[in-house]
Ligand binder design. Structure first.
Ligand code: ADP
Length: 596
């Protein structure tokens, strides 16, 4: 079958998304590939579709059991023979899978990386006809990424043992240097590198200074998300429970989830969430990696994640169906102190500095005033336009701003006068006329800038410095030394002006803002609920999660199109021949009843 027919028949899609076809073609040409595409961009299809067109088995290495399981269930629901091998299976089960593999009855085999250390497994791989390998979540192979996994290092063995079999590696997040590292570690042979834009246009990203424990802000946010599925991330196990309980007292069906809970409880919470029986999970970051629930409408962080990579991945779990979703980051200076505390304990290696830099980046992002999408993209070496209306900074440009040109000139001059050889804290000490021994020893109390900055507190100067960093007026060199850029020099010369959101200098007074309801979906809520009940019924009868039957997007489109025939139905997003055969008749019957 041709690729477009397969796309429609097995996956129910009318066309490829940007970059998918290029990768499918390259896999068919037996090239090595490294694809970076945001969560929800449609990476799975890039290897699942060519796998169907080629003889042999595709071996997919994936870091998490839950992730593999979801993929296998979704493939099986589309009549594609997929299986996984994991340490959780009995010998009989793995034997069965091995037999089917050898008979060529399996198209896609999912395995955890530790399998590759098993010599029996490797020798078995030599007996089966493998068309290509897939390395999912490939950033785990790089120490410079954010989720390094020791056992991913074993993957270098793939090229060593199977030099003629292509590898397709996929990840949602990688800076240029992580990308290079992945290619080196996996020994990819002149791979086709495909980088999708990081812009998730259906996500509205917001960040606010947390007021006290942030609960009021959370409630305010949830007002516009009644009944929506969402994840709330907290740092500690205890707070997952406390916040879930708090929400329950407000009549919101939230459950906690963290690594310390008994497995049965965790599994049942996970299942309840995936099957739409509860709408909210309050979790530590143990929850959510690889979760394939397409209708998550929001993600809230109650405190600052460690890195922008983590943040981007975590918010990326929302809106995978392409419909609007909203994310809120609540943060405070305490979070930063806490994170720094952890890093301080690391041994003094370049890695430690690397972790500090990552923390700096997310702190700057949280405080930042530039378009949030653009800031994230820049961090991952991508260049996009301002989103205009998909982040708080673009949506609220009229927040009162104050001119800080004079203050900026003072700070920049102090950096310059101290010969661009000192860290920020030192420079601010000089500005504020500190009697610190080091300042006096360096004779910096004799400088013209000494003591000219006592109108602001130290914390306020640090905020001003952050703003200058955001604008590129200063750069941080080795040993965290601050240096002027050309733009910074222009500010000193009076050619450029600088302003700042007033609330950044008066954090305490930060206001809870009413978040405008960003949902303007055009669909019939009442019909949607009816279709949803049918979907739940079918899902329960087949013991599969509801989104495997049809996504929310498909149901919403059905409420508008109200198809009468098979042909009409096949025009709807996410419905191909296979899905139609399975569920089409039931939905058509219900729709005709509704439309009568
Ligand atoms: P990723 O692995 O990149 O996070 P997925 O492979 O899970 O993304 O795909 C995300 C969503 O996009 C899924 O719901 C999938 O059905 C949908 N999708 C993928 N490819 C297409 C396409 N060509 N047209 C429409 N929807 C698609």
């Amino acid at each position: 079958m041709k690729k477009f027919e397969l796309l429609e028949e097995y996956f129910g899609h009318k066309s490829f998304r940007p970059l998918q076809e290029e990768v499918v073609d390259a896999i068919l040409d037996l090239k090595d590939i490294l694809m970076i595409l945001p969560t929800g961009g449609g990476k799975s299809l890039c290897y699942q579709l060519p796998s169907l067109m080629m003889g042999g088995v595709t071996v997919v290495v994936s870091p998490l059991l839950a992730l593999m399981h979801d993929q296998v269930v979704a493939l099986q629901a589309n009549s594609i023979s997929a299986a996984m091998l994991s340490s959780m299976q009995t010998h009989e089960e793995s034997d069965q899978i091995e037999k089917r593999l050898k008979k060529g009855m399996i198209k896609l085999l999912y395995v955890a990386p530790e399998r590759l250390t098993n010599s029996y497994f490797i020798s078995m791989l030599h007996y089966i006809n493998i068309n290509f390998f897939v390395v999912d979540e490939a950033h785990c192979v790089s120490e410079w990424g954010h989720e390094f996994r020791e056992n991913y290092r074993e993957l270098s063995l793939l090229k060593e043992q199977f030099p003629d079999i292509p590898i397709a590696a996929f990840t949602a997040t990688a800076t240029n240097s992580v990308e290079r590292d992945i290619a080196n570690q996996l020994k990819l042979d002149n791979p086709l590198r495909v980088r999708g834009s990081l812009f998730r246009s259906n996500l509205t990203i917001k960040a606010q200074h947390r007021i006290k424990d942030g609960r009021l802000q959370l409630l305010e946010f949830l007002k516009s998300h009644r009944g929506d599925a969402g994840i709330i991330y907290t740092l500690s196990r205890k707070s997952t429970e406390a916040i879930a309980q708090f929400l329950q007292t407000k009549g919101i069906d939230a459950k906690p989830y963290h690594a310390g809970m008994p497995t049965e409880v965790k599994n049942s919470t996970y299942a309840d969430f995936v099957s739409d029986r509860i709408s909210i999970v309050v979790a530590t970051i143990a929850f959510g990696m690889g979760i394939d629930k397409s209708n998550i409408r929001f993600v809230v962080h109650m405190s600052m994640p460690k890195t922008l990579e983590n943040f981007y991945q975590e918010i990326g779990r929302s809106g995978r169906d392409g419909l609007e979703a909203e994310t809120l980051l609540l943060f405070s200076a305490q979070d930063i102190v806490q994170q720094k505390f952890f890093i301080d304990d690391l041994p003094d290696t370049p890695y430690k500095q690397h972790v500090y830099n990552k923390l700096d980046s997310i702190v700057r992002f949280a405080n930042g005033e530039e378009c949030r999408h653009q800031t994230i993209a820049k961090y991952f070496d991508d260049d996009i336009d301002r989103c205009m209306d998909k982040c708080d900074n673009c949506l609220e440009p009229d927040i009162k701003r104050i001119d800080i040109t004079t203050a900026s000139r003072k700070l920049l001059s102090a950096i310059y006068r101290t010969s661009q050889k000192f860290g920020l804290h030192y420079v601010v000490d000089v500005l504020r006329g500190s009697r610190e021994k080091r300042v006096l020893e360096n004779h910096h109390d004799k400088l013209s800038v000494y003591g000219i900055g006592d109108e602001y507190s130290k914390a306020q100067w640090l905020t001003i410095a952050d703003r200058l960093l955001e604008l590129g007026a200063v750069e941080i060199g080795e040993f965290k030394v601050y240096k002027l850029s050309e733009f910074g020099a222009e500010i000193i010369r009076g050619v450029q002006e600088v302003d700042l959101r007033e609330d950044r200098l008066t954090v305490k007074k930060s206001i809870i803002k009413k978040i405008a309801d960003s949902f303007s979906d055009d669909y019939d809520q009442e019909i949607f609920e009816k279709l949803k009940s049918l979907r739940t019924e079918i899902a329960q009868a087949n013991n599969i999660p509801p989104y495997i039957v049809f996504s929310d997007k498909t149901l919403k489109e059905l409420t508008i199109k109200l198809p009468k025939t098979k042909e009409d139905m096949l025009m709807v997003h996410g419905i191909g021949e296979v899905k139609y055969e399975r569920y089409g008749a039931k939905f058509l019957a219900l729709i005709s009843e509704i439309a009568r």
